[in-house]
Write a protein that binds this ligand. Structure first.
Ligand code: ZN
Length: 236
């Protein structure tokens, strides 16, 4: 894996030598940059081309890294993995007349009347966990953001199902966060919040956008890659 500094950001790229006669740059679905180049083009020439196309590369990496990958549907049965804020637990379903949830180091146990309720109960519990965490960290992120930037409106945070995005921001300052973020680590959720807060002042993913984002979230590239590549997401 090679790496290059583009506009102050370290971008890793996979250099593949090929028989083709032109140099090609693509960004795959996971945000990985792939460069194909003929054998005779030296590395410094390749890097010159990358520098020339840096805006396009940076935008594509951030865009793809912000896509949601959906895993097979969860079955909601005992023994199944359940991911909460970047940590893996085992799901356990126990029949009981009194609804309750217990979480220890490795296991989350749901007590419920019958198995027909499992999906509903587990899903709504996960929603509750995300809502309470977002409440705390969105306040911190907002405080940090407004200490650096003036914002046109105080945003409202909502959890909303989205097919392809981790978050979105309307022109009226409503920030929607994907419920699947409940499986992501806290630092990745913070990254998504900072990304959407930056949309309050920057519309497009251009240089100005990343220049502002990096001030509140210096590790946004590592975090967007981590979010996309390491977060195990189930269809909630
Ligand atoms: Zn965006």
């Amino acid at each position: 894996m090679n790496s290059i500094e583009l506009d102050g950001r370290h971008i890793a790229y996979n250099l593949q030598r090929s028989k083709r006669r032109t140099l090609g740059i693509t960004v795959d679905a996971k945000g990985q940059v792939i460069v194909t180049a003929p054998d005779y083009i030296p590395l410094n020439k390749i890097e010159k081309v990358l520098l020339k196309r840096q805006n396009w590369i940076i935008e594509k990496v951030a865009e793809k890294s912000n896509n949601v990958q959906i895993q097979p549907k969860r079955q909601y049965v005992s023994g199944e993995s359940i991911y909460l804020f970047g940590k893996q637990y085992y799901l356990k379903i126990e029949l009981s007349n009194d609804y309750n949830v217990e979480k220890d180091l490795h296991r989350i146990t749901f007590y419920m009347k019958d198995y027909t309720e499992t999906e509903k109960q587990v899903t709504s519990w996960l929603y509750e966990q995300l809502i309470s965490v977002v409440k705390v960290i969105s306040e911190e992120c907002l405080r940090n953001f407004t200490s650096k930037f003036a914002i046109p409106t105080i945003p409202v945070f909502k959890i909303r199902k989205m097919e392809k995005r981790w978050g979105s921001c309307t022109e009226y300052g409503v920030i929607h966060l994907n419920p699947k973020l409940v499986a992501a680590s806290i630092e990745c959720i913070e990254y998504v919040i900072y990304h959407e807060l930056t949309h309050l002042i920057r519309d497009k993913h251009n240089d100005y956008f990343y220049r502002d984002l990096i001030q509140v979230c210096p590790e946004y590239l590592r975090l967007s890659n981590k979010l996309n590549n390491e977060t195990v997401i189930y269809a909630l």
